[in-house]
Each structure stands twice: as C-alpha cells, then as structure tokens.
Design a protein around this ligand. Structure first.
Ligand code: ADP
Ligand code: ZN
Ligand code: ZN
Length: 797
C-alpha cells in the first residue's frame, strides 16, 4: 500500500504530495501523523490519501514511523484542509497544523499505561507505565499490541516538557484512628497549627488521601506544616497525576427550571429543529436584539441534536467565553461538554482535545480554532456573535471560522446557526438574498424595554474634575447608582494610561523603534509600551530629543480613567478589565466573579466587557469615548463602532431594574452613533449598505488584500509594483486594483509593509493567478520578502 503525504518542509512550503510505501506492520490511516525520509532528513507529515498503486516510476521509500496510535485528524478534516488550501491561499501543511492543539505541532512522546491488574503484573510493566517509543524487542511490541486490543492497556500521550500530565501532592495516613487521638492529646495547645491539622485528621479520617491544595484550603495551614507532619511520620506524601479539568472552577449553577420559549424563540427554534431532524445543511441567521434570549435558542438546538443521537459544535468569541456562558452550557449538558479556549494551559487544551478525538464528549464549546474540533457526527453548529472579527484569523492560515463552519455543515448534513444582535453586513445581505434563512427575535425576554440611551456631546459639556474625560452628567449618573447600591459598567476601548507622549517644545512624539506606532504610557509598570511588538522603555522625565521638561502625556486609557474615578468618587470600588489585568490565567474569571458578587461597584474595561455579560444589578452603562474606532482608515469602521456601542448598551437593565446608557462622543451627528442610540440595526443596515455601494466595498464587491513586507522598504515597494503589473495584465478592466501604497501602519516589527487591494465582482482567473503569486512568494523569501494574501480581509487598512 502507498501513502500520500503532505510533508512539513519549513523552509519552502509546497502543496506537492509525496508518496511513500507503507511497511507491512504499521497501522497507517488517512489523518495519521508520520515521519518520512526526505532527502537526508526525517520530516513530519500527514497522510492525506492511501492507494494501491502509484504513478511514480522509481522505487518508493518506506515511511519511517507513525507518531500517534490514533490518527489525530479525522478524514473529514483532511478533506477540509484540501478545500481550504484552494480558497485561502495558505499551504495545506499550515492548515493541517492549525487544526491541532499547539503542543501536538511539536514532537511528543507516547506512554503506555497498564490498566488491569493482570497487565500490571507482567514483567514488562513491573507495575509502571512503559514508554512505547523505547520498546525494541519485537516480542514485547507484539504483547503490547495485544494488550491494547483487549483494552488491558491504554495509550496515553505525554507531551514533552510543555504539557506533561500535571501532578499534585497527595497526603495519606500512616496510623489508625486511635493513634491519632493519642498523638493529639500529647500535642500542646499552643502548637496551634499542629492542633488544627490533627483535629482535622481525626474528624476526616475516612476522607484521606487528600490533595495538598485541598488540605491547605480546608485547614488553613501552610505547606510547611504539612511537610513537618510528614517528617514526624503523621502523614505520607506522594505525587499523583491529576486530570486537568478546565471546568473545575465552574460549578454548575442551579438549572433554570424548564424555560418555556416565548413565541418568537419558539418559531426560530422550530425551523432549526426541522433542519436538525431532516439532516439538512441550511444556514440560519438569528438576528436578535441583546437580551432577546438567543442563548436559549442555541441550548434548545443543541438538545434537539443530542436527542437525534448527534453532537453539537458551538463557537463563541474568545472574549465572551465567560464563566457565565460556560456555566450555562455545562449546567445543561454536564460531563459531555468540552471547552476549548486560549485561557486554558496547553496541557488542559490538549486533554480536552483528546476527549473530543476519542469521542468522549458530545458538545464542544470554543473560540475560533474550535471550528476544527475533531468532533464526528455533528448535528448542529452554532456561531454566537457571528459578526465578531476575531472569527477571522489574521495570520497564516487566514481562514474565517464562518466559512469553515459552512463547509462542515454541508459535510455533516446539519444546520448552521449564526447568531447576533448586529449581524455582519455580509451575512445580513446574504439573508436578504435568501442564501441564509433569516430568523428574528425583536423583543427582549419578558418584554423588557431596551435601555434608554443618551448621547453627550463632548464638544459642549462641563467636565468633572480637572480632566477632559468624564462629564458632570456621567459622573452624577454613576454617583446615583452607587447610592442605590446598583452597579455600573464603563467602557473605554483603549488600554494603558495615555496613548502618546508629546514634547511641547520641539513636537517630538515618542515612537516604537521597531514599529510606526506611538508608545503608550503605562503608569502602573512605569513603562512606555508598544502595543504591537511589546517593546518597552522607562517613562522619560525629559524629551529625549531636546531635553526639555515640557513633555505631556496625551490621550486617555483605562488606567487613567480608573485613577480619575477613584479621585472623583472616593470609596467607589472599581475593577479594571483589560489585557493588562487579565494576563494571568484565571484572572478574567476572578474579576467577573467579584463583580457578580458585588464586591465592586464599577466594572471598567475595554471592548472585553461589551459582550455576553449578564449582570442583573447593572443599571448604567457608560461609554467614555465612542470615537476610538470611528475614524480608522477602514471601510468597516462605522460597522464596528455601531456594533460595539449596541453590544455594550445591551449590558444595561437586563433584569427587573430599568437600564440607562450614556455615550460620550465628539461626533454625535455621525449615523453609526445616532443609530446606536436607537439600537436600530435594520436602519443601520440600510444606511450602511448604501455607503458600501457608493464606495464599491463589500458586500457589493469581493476583496483580496495582498501585503508585501520587507526590512528593506525599496525591495517591498519594488515587489509590490511587480505584483500589480502581473495582476493588471491578467484581470478584467472593471476589476479595481488599488495601490500599492504603504499600509496604514507602514512599519511593524522592523518590517515595511506595502499593500495592494483587489476589488472584483467576477474573476475566473483570479484564483489561479493568486496561487501563482503565492508560489512565487516562496521564491522571493530568500531575498527577505514576505507576501501575504488575505482573501476577504476583515480589515483593509
Ligand atoms: P441574548 O443572548 O439574546 O442577549 P440571553 O440568551 O442572554 O439573551 O437571554 C437573556 C436572559 O433571559 C437570560 O438570563 C436568559 O436566561 C433569560 N431567558 C431567555 N429565554 C427565556 C424565556 N423563554 N423565559 C424566561 N427567561 C428567558
Ligand atoms: Zn522636545
Ligand atoms: Zn513596536
């Protein structure tokens, strides 16, 4: 038999398939990860096909090794990778790699664990796990294979270094209960900690062995006390492996009893259900105002799929993978849920992924890359907040999760539900044309009104305090809520303290040495930071250019607002949530929990706090500055602004208490802001479609963005013009080719960027032409030139 293999050749990528002979004793399947001889090297690759014959004339080499016991990729994913490579101008190998958890992209080790008593007694094991890679004796290998077949032994994957199975200390007891009572009597009363420990042992004798963390928490003693108890012979300590359960902290809340869908929800759900039951690959756009109960429709749809004996895949944006959302799904579907998101450690991600691959779960919830979950037999796919730009990956492979989901829905014969209060213009237009089926939820649950939204024109307003950030009106509104013991959410979509340093003497602006971006001042760390490449330096006290001390830090960020709030409203408890406060694992969850328990009055944050949060006690939402994204040189700046304001407004007044929203802006007459005030998505859609039509922008035109980057600016420009000439000679006259121009941010990480934007309606030759450009980009890599092709970019600036 012959295997068709895509090889990971890092230096020069290609979609060429290499053929190898499969040795008789090896279990190779489609989707297997293998090592193959390549020239003098041994490289990793993926088997994408198996056949009996080959076109190749010479003698084929043998595959060297199969890496995993079970092929990591399903045949569905292998087929998907082929289709994607055609559409998104990424090489197939980069797509196949992107489908796996990060730790699997590196080498890792296989270990065999004996499961049954019989296996443990075999001399081969001597009670311990065996590393399969280290077995050489053919007889031993045969024994092991037999044990796997009979399930007497289990293959476990141990990822090297990065994500070894986690171990924790476990403490067990060495005496009987009477002895501990004896010891306890002898210990003096002033040895407080020892007393505590012994009392605990006596009371919980049957509970042992107990993990260290739990002991420390329950008794309130340090590890020092436990270790000295080990020395005294009271306790035995042993490291044990623990299964990483990312949902451990998410205790499922009381299940809401039998929520009865309202008539709009019912109507939407019934249509989806029909497609689930008849196994029809239909795409639904569920357009529902914030608080209209979309989540409930998703949960019902998942139930309907499970009832049919099928599985469900649900995507949510990274930032709305809140404990709240995870808890809800978990409460409904319990142990059969797997969660995939970047907040998990690599090991946890890997464990969850393995559970899915081994078909141990029925429901997968995750962010963008979860669209590649190796889940089989999918009965419904859901994408919540479908308008979110984070569903598009903006590095290689540049895929959109929505497009992948559409493909998988066809493959699995199941419906896809796209949900949003503010659908992307493209999706809404497709629903208009009948490509998607539009389902609408126009009312909030229980007929709660949408909150009242007030605009404050920052051009004509009185400010509280000495700064120009918080109007008197907004400050007063916050004060009112605090007095009533209600809570407030404040958004400013900019982190740090001040976003640039300006010298008033010479006009110098402090910029990143690697990027064409100003440095942001972070007061808490005392640094000027580049938000793109991470470069930082101490905050200067004088202008580095002219030594003047007349330097100013301008523009506001969340840190500055926090400082102002604490000055203006002494005693108010403020929690800040932005990239800087949520870097550490679990901090996101902790902040939200603290706010949920009313340990703080104000939750201040970047767009992180705009989506998905459901806090009944929040009656005021304030937007400090609505204009942060309004004038970006990008065709969808208005859409993004409207979306963000509508989403954050939806956080107010979700329960009994009435909600109010205050939006501060310098552009109260802009249509995106005016229509966000009335939260009128349908009108916004109408207006914005006209704007797009007039400017020849999506969804009226398709777009491709070609970026050319080099450390040498002239080389980048020269290659950009060469590509433009190639495009011009082969494309229709009515196709619009813009550029090359320097990108809006012309230099990043010491690379100069030029870009060409192609806007077209129909272009038969474009795909072939772009693949050609992609291949010639491999050739120019050696001159330090990088060419990136982004099909349907989310951003074109
Ligand atoms: P959306 O996702 O559309 O913003 P949610 O799904 O978060 O809205 O629903 C808002 C609130 O209403 C949630 O607390 C949810 O549990 C509740 N809810 C949804 N549907 C119903 C219903 N049919 N009856 C009662 N409460 C509901
Ligand atoms: Zn100066
Ligand atoms: Zn930088």
């Amino acid at each position: 038999m012959i295997a068709q293999v895509i090889i990971d050749i890092a230096a020069k990528q290609t979609d060429r398939i290499f053929e190898y002979h499969i040795p008789d004793n090896s279990d190779v399947e489609i989707g297997s990860r293998v090592f193959a001889p390549f020239g003098k090297r041994k490289l990793q690759g993926f088997v994408v096909g198996i056949s009996e014959t080959s076109q190749y004339q010479g003698k084929l080499k043998d595959l060297l090794e199969v890496v995993d016991e079970m092929p990591p990729l399903t045949s569905e994913l292998v087929e998907l990778s082929e289709n994607m490579a055609q559409k998104i101008f990424a090489y197939r190998i980069s797509i196949l790699q992107a489908m796996l958890p990060r730790v699997m992209r590196a080498n890792y080790r296989k270990v065999l664990t004996p499961l049954t008593e019989k296996a443990k007694k075999m001399p081969l094991f001597q009670g311990d796990p065996v590393d399969l890679n280290k077995l050489t004796d053919p007889e031993e290998i045969a024994i092991v294979k037999e044990l796997i077949k009979t399930q007497d032994a289990k293959i476990e994957y141990l990822v090297e270094n990065k994500a070894k199975n986690k171990t924790e200390n476990s403490f067990s007891l060495s005496h009987n209960l009477d002895t501990y009572l004896e010891i306890n009597k002898k210990v003096r009363a002033n040895a407080v900690n020892q007393k505590k420990l012994l009392n605990f042992i006596v009371e919980n004798f049957d509970e042992f062995p107990i993990l260290q963390a739990k002991l420390e928490q329950e008794i309130g003693v340090s590890s020092g006390v436990l270790n000295s108890a080990v020395k005294k012979g009271w306790l035995n300590k042993k490291a044990v492996e623990v299964y990483r359960n990312p949902l451990a902290g998410y205790d499922a809340p009381e299940q809401k009893k039998n929520i009865i869908l309202n008539s709009e929800q019912e109507a939407a759900f019934n249509q989806i259900k029909t497609s689930i039951e008849s196994q029809k690959a239909e795409t639904y756009l569920l357009e529902g105002v914030t608080g209209s109960g979309k989540t409930e429709v998703y949960l019902h749809s998942i139930s309907a799929a499970l009832k049919k004996g099928r599985n469900a895949l649900m995507l949510v944006p990274e930032i709305s993978l809140t404990p709240q959302m995870v808890k809800q799904v978990k409460a409904r579907f319990g142990e059969s849920v797997a969660v995939l998101h970047s907040g998990l450690s690599e090991g946890e991600l890997y464990d969850e992924w393995c559970r899915i691959r081994r078909s141990e779960v029925k429901v997968v919830v995750g962010a963008r890359s979860a669209v590649f979950a190796p889940l089989k037999n999918i009965g419904v796919i859901i994408i919540d907040e479908e308008h979110e730009s984070s569903y598009k990956q903006d590095t290689n492979p540049r895929y959109h999760a929505r497009d992948v989901a559409i493909w998988r829905s066809k493959y699995n014969h199941c419906p896809l539900v796209l949900g949003s209060a503010t659908p992307s213009l493209g999706s809404r237009a497709r629903a208009q044309k009948g490509v998607y089926t539009l389902l609408r939820l126009t009312k909030r649950v229980n007929n709660k009104n949408l909150p009242q939204v007030n605009l404050i024109d920052l051009k004509h307003v009185e400010f509280a305090g000495g700064q120009f950030d918080l109007s008197v009106e907004l400050t007063q509104a916050i004060k009112d809520r605090l007095e009533r013991k209600e809570q407030v959410i404040l958004m400013l979509n900019r982190r740090g303290f001040a976003n640039f340093m300006l010298c008033r003497e010479c006009g110098y602006v402090m910029k990143c040495p690697n990027c064409d971006l100003s440095l942001t001042m972070h007061k808490d760390t005392g640094k000027m930071q580049c938000h793109y490449c991470g470069y930082s330096q101490p905050i200067p006290s004088r202008c580095p250019n002219c030594q003047s001390s007349k330097i100013r830090f301008l523009g506001i960020g969340t840190q500055k607002v926090q400082e102002e709030l604490e000055e203006l409203l002494p005693g108010a408890r403020v929690l800040r949530m932005d990239v800087d406060t949520t870097r550490r694992k679990g901090s996101y969850k902790r902040i939200l929990e603290a706010f949920g328990n009313h340990e703080a009055d104000i939750l201040l944050g970047t767009q992180m706090i705009a989506k998905g949060l459901d806090f009944p006690n929040v009656t005021l939402v304030g937007v400090i500055n609505a204009d942060t994204g309004l004038w970006l040189p990008d065709y969808n700046a208005s859409e993004r602004t409207f979306e963000l304001l509508t989403q954050v407004a939806g956080r107010a007044g979700r329960a009994e208490k009435k909600g109010e929203v205050i939006i501060q802006t310098y552009n109260p007459e802009h249509y995106a802001i005016q229509l966000a005030q009335t939260q009128d998505y349908e009108r916004f859609y109408g207006v914005e479609m006209n704007v797009r039509h007039a400017g020849n922008y999506p969804p009226y035109f398709y777009t491709v963005l070609i970026s050319i980057a080099s450390k040498n600016e002239q080389n980048a420009a020269r290659e950009a013009f060469r590509i433009k000439r190639e495009l011009q000679s082969k494309l229709h006259a009515e196709t619009i080719i813009l550029g090359p121009t320097p990108s809006a941010i012309s230099r990043l990480k010491n690379q100069y960027y030029y870009q060409i934007l192609v806007k077209y309606k129909k272009e038969k030759n474009l795909n072939t032409l772009l693949h050609h450009i992609q291949d010639s980009a491999q050739e120019v890599k050696k001159y330090g030139l990088n060419v990136y092709i982004d099909n349907e970019p989310e951003r074109i600036m």
